[in-house]
Design a protein around this ligand. Structure first.
Ligand SMILES: [Zn+2]
Length: 324
């Protein structure tokens, strides 16, 4: 045991979603923090990359193993599956499957997340933003369930049947929404347009569309030391490497440049935030972080108001997820 009291719990939908934060995982694991991952489905209805030994029937098992392999490169062994069925991309027939995550009652999914929150007792949670990254129905459901679990896990009147055998209500302190930075999508869109690529072919992954309407980034984490582990983890998801996907059309240097940093939006905090650099002011406990929206409107740099204070470069302020 490291004695590090910090605990991080990420709530995602499919094996490979955690690639968004694998650098943060590696960083906090290396420091000795406990890192746990909830994966609500096994990604059974994802596409299968050419040359991968998987069928529609075996894909869930293949992707489960891929996730374990990926996390072995990052040092995360604590993975909880909720065992809902993958709901498929928006507008596909799999959306209608009654046993999928999309059709599961929100209360039920929330209860499963609450149970794990009460067992792991994370100070910090991570989940999708309200757009689910690019709108996948499972991402949206996971967002709703994780946000509800953040609100309810500390309330003993919620899911009281769980409070036996020493299990107590427990309220995590912060929840963040990780996501690719808008600058990344802008750079990708610019590059592809200059190369004459028609962006509409990427549908929901169109980088131009994804650059707008994102929640503002409040927190950036420098994960350059973990680039290799991050890459190995990503390659472990072999069944999901689309040879014609967006990433195949971008120069590796560009991807590499943006992979060095992971971006987060602090969505809610129960701890007062430290005012830095002349901001709007500390956020009251349990108050949704409205300052983020005000920053966006007033053109201020939201991260100047951040609560987190690790600065490792005079020009580029990099904040850590933790600072309770
Ligand atoms: Zn996903």
């Amino acid at each position: 045991m490291s004695g590090d009291p910090r605990r991080l719990l990420a709530v995602f939908a499919h094996p490979d979603d955690e690639g968004l934060v694998s650098g943060a995982f590696a960083h906090y694991r290396q420091q000795g923090a406990r890192v746990a991952l909830i994966c609500a489905t096994r990604g059974e209805v994802g596409e299968i990359a050419p040359g991968v030994n998987a069928t529609k029937e075996t894909l869930g098992a293949v992707r489960t193993q891929e996730l374990h392999n990926a996390m072995s490169h990052i040092g995360v062994g604590e993975i909880y599956f909720l065992d809902y069925r993958d709901s498929g991309m928006m507008g596909t027939p799999e959306n209608e499957d009654p046993v999928n995550l999309h059709n599961a009652p929100l209360d039920e999914v929330t209860g499963k997340v609450v149970k794990i929150v009460r067992a792991v007792k994370p100070q910090v949670m991570l989940t999708f933003d309200p757009q689910g990254g690019y709108g996948h129905p499972d991402h949206l459901k996971v967002h709703a369930a994780a946000m509800a679990a953040f609100a309810k896990a500390g309330d003993p009147t919620c899911y009281p049947e769980q409070l036996t055998n020493g299990v107590a209500a427990y309220a995590p302190q912060k929840i963040y929404w990780p996501g690719f930075s808008p600058e990344f999508f802008e750079a990708v869109a610019r590059y592809l347009k200059e190369a004459g690529v028609d962006l509409s072919q990427f549908g929901p992954f169109n980088p131009e569309r994804r650059a707008v309407g994102r929640p503002p980034v409040t927190t950036r984490l420098d994960v350059a030391p973990y680039l290799e582990a991050k890459a190995r983890a990503w390659q472990s998801h072999a069944s999901q490497q689309n040879p014609n996907g967006l990433f195949s059309k971008i120069p590796p240097e560009l991807v590499q440049k943006f992979r060095q940093q992971e971006s987060f939006t602090l969505a809610e905090s129960r701890v007062p935030l430290i005012q830095r650099g002349g901001g709007i002011g500390p956020v009251k406990p349990r108050q949704r972080v409205r300052y983020i929206e005000r920053c966006a409107k007033s053109d201020r740099q939201p991260h100047r108001l951040g609560d987190d204070t690790i600065v490792n470069s005079p020009r580029r302020r990099v904040f850590a997820l933790w600072r309770l």
